[in-house]
Design a protein around this ligand. Structure first.
Ligand code: M6R
Length: 610
């Protein structure tokens, strides 16, 4: 989704902004732009703002930047169209006709139409169709004496979500930023300051960051910054250090981020386990949980909320919690939960799951739960993200930065994090020492087993060639296998654009069997568990109707045309491994079809708007 980068200091700003925008390209966008300024000319207090915008990629913007384009302060943006089609005019920044104010904005202004009507009746001429432009005019028309006050007045007038960065020709020594529902991160340098919507754009320059809270604003000057609320009171802001290295955002010799991230999974799982296993008590320590043993014993239900892949990880998490801790647990899309006036129960532990920690639907669900007094934990990848900060405690999944729009390593690490949470809750309740030990042994085997699966990539790539011609594919699994089928089907459709359906294998004869025919391949998750014979019966039903079958199983399946054999772990943990070959299947299918794997059409990495 949209990205913001800004800089104020001594360096030549345009190349810095372009580099920052390139680092945000993974979020998905359709146009880009930047505005810069230097010192005011001798004898003047006001500077000149210089703007360039382009529909298309950051490289199209770069091609338009004039050779002589000097400046030391600037803000830039990659836009994902919401109000108005992708075009040069609708690209950000937006400036007032006098060229005094420039603004970049992430989010959606809900009362933009109403404000636009009023501004037009006051004689304002709009240059774009965007909601953002109303904010530009509000700031430009404000009579307040300071830029901070002008921005404050504007944000008090608008309704909706925003992360904004503002420059003003009459206040060339500063950038003013504000946040409500859309991330804004300040990067603290040596006599220079950065701002971005995502640390990815900052880490090559500084790892000292301050993440703004909703309702917070900041003024950035080259050698100083201060934060305050939209009401004007000062807030304290202690910089924290970003753990991720700048190199973690590079492609590292792979052709795509997706391939890199799939390949990193053994190390990522090793990292999420590191320092957490307690062999003495056959349990795990989860430092940030903020849930003591007595409170954990008092939990009557667990409700997991997430979107997309994180929701699928939550479905596996719920099964793990039921199996290991014997606490009733379920998962629900956060996007649905927040709209159905859910019953919020004091004995239920709510768990919000998110890679980015910024997904608006999840954040809104967390805020609604907190408002109703619920205890909410987070299972989150991005340290210090909005959901991590809003929740009462939680587990970081330590997958490292995930750049590709589609989630792979983070899915795996999230499921492993749920296994840790389930083991922790289980050992506080009725899970025996022997079972705790067995699960720990299984967890320890995972990194090597993942490497074993990844080593079969060439075989999976050959299978993908065969399936790339399909118009549609079916994914089935039972109980532990069903969320794996859901996630594998999502992966395939996201990057290959092949239509895919996921069903519980048990539901086949209740309807989807009607679809089975030679042109519809089925991918079946067939773990060697108590349901093996049931799953084999489903394969027979499909074979009897001449449906091609690819099984993911612990041993070759007679009824399948092909089987991808994965190593066996403890039954409760098998689903962690069974999804990995199907990430590779989706990847190689998309590759065979020539898709833009890291930037699938219509999708963005973090969905920070509704
Ligand atoms: O950052 P989050 O985990 O909260 O994101 C949730 C979904 O938007 C995300 O998982 C999405 O489904 C991905 N495209 C999956 O590959």
């Amino acid at each position: 989704m949209c990205g913001i980068v800004g800089y104020i200091g001594k360096r030549d700003v345009a190349p810095l902004l372009l580099e920052g925008l390139q680092r945000l390209e993974y979020r998905g966008y359709d146009s880009a732009g930047l505005v810069i300024t230097g010192k005011p000319a001798a004898g003047k207090t006001s500077a000149t703002l210089k703007m360039v915008k382009a529909k298309g990629r950051v490289r199209d913007l770069e091609a338009r930047v004039p050779k002589r384009f000097a400046g030391t302060t600037g803000i830039a943006h990659t836009r994902w169209a919401t109000h108005g089609a992708p075009s040069d005019e609708n690209a950000h920044p937006h400036m007032d006709p006098e060229g005094k104010v420039a603004i970049v904005h992430n989010g959606i202004i809900d009362n933009a139409d109403e404000l636009r009507t009023k501004l037009v009746s006051d004689g304002v001429v709009f240059l774009s169709e965007t909601d953002t432009e109303v904010v530009t005019h509000l700031i430009a028309r404000s009579q307040a004496p300071t830029l901070e006050e002008k921005v404050r007045q504007a944000v008090r007038t608008i309704e909706g979500t925003y992360g904004i960065a503002v420059m003003h020709a009459d206040f060339p020594d500063r950038i003013v930023v504000a946040r409500n529902g859309s991330p804004v991160v300040l990067g603290i340098g040596e006599k220079e300051m950065f701002v971005a919507s995502d640390v990815a754009a900052l880490v090559s320059h500084t790892r000292q960051v301050v993440t703004l809270d909703d309702g917070e604003m900041a003024t950035l000057k080259a050698d100083d910054f201060r934060t305050y609320t939209t009401e004007g009171s000062r807030t304290s802001a202690t910089p924290t250090t970003v753990e991720w290295e700048a190199e973690s955002y590079d492609m590292g010799g792979h052709d795509t981020y997706m391939h890199k991230e799939i390949s990193e999974q053994a190390d990522a799982v090793d990292r999420v386990l590191r320092g957490r296993i307690d062999d003495r008590f056959s349990t795990v320590h989860l430092g940030g949980l903020n849930l003591d043993a007595r409170e954990a014993r008092g939990v009557r239900r667990v409700k997991i909320l997430g979107c997309g892949t994180s929701y699928h990880a939550g479905l596996i998490g719920a099964q793990l919690i039921e199996e290991l801790a014997r606490i009733p647990a379920d998962a629900e899309p956060a996007s649905e939960f927040r709209y159905r006036n859910p019953v919020v129960d004091p004995d239920t532990l709510y768990v919000a799951v998110s890679q980015s920690g910024e997904t608006y639907d999840v954040l809104a669900a967390v805020q609604e739960l907190k408002r109703k007094g619920a205890r909410v934990l987070g299972v989150v990848n991005v340290v210090g993200s909005a959901i991590a900060r809003e929740t009462d405690g939680g587990v970081y999944v330590h997958a490292g930065p995930e750049v590709c729009v589609v989630s792979t390593k983070c899915f795996t690490n999230t499921v492993v994090s749920f296994a840790l949470l389930a083991l922790h809750l289980g050992r506080i309740r009725d899970l025996s020492v022997a079972d705790g030990k067995r699960i720990i042994e299984g967890l320890r085997k995972l990194p090597a087993q993942i490497s074993e699966i990844l080593a079969t990539e060439d075989d999976i790539a050959k299978l993908a060639q065969e399936y790339a011609g399909a118009n549609s594919m079916m994914f089935i699994g039972r109980v532990r296998g069903y969320p794996v089928a859901l996630e594998a089907s999502l992966k395939l459709k996201e990057i290959s654009y092949i239509h895919a359906e996921a069903y519980p294998a048990s539901e086949l004869k209740h309807g989807p069997l009607a679809l089975i025919e030679p042109a519809l391949p089925t991918v079946a998750i067939v773990p060697d568990d108590e349901l093996l014979e049931k799953n084999r019966a489903a394969l027979e039903e499909i074979k009897a109707r001449s449906g091609p079958i690819l099984a993911v199983a612990h041993a070759p399946q007679e009824k399948a045309d092909h089987t991808i054999v994965v190593p066996k772990n403890e039954t409760e943990l098998d689903s962690i491994l069974m999804g990995i070959p199907l990430q590779l299947l989706a990847y190689h299918t998309a590759l065979a079809l020539g898709r833009d794997i890291d930037k699938p059409r219509n999708l963005a990495k973090s969905v920070t708007v509704e």
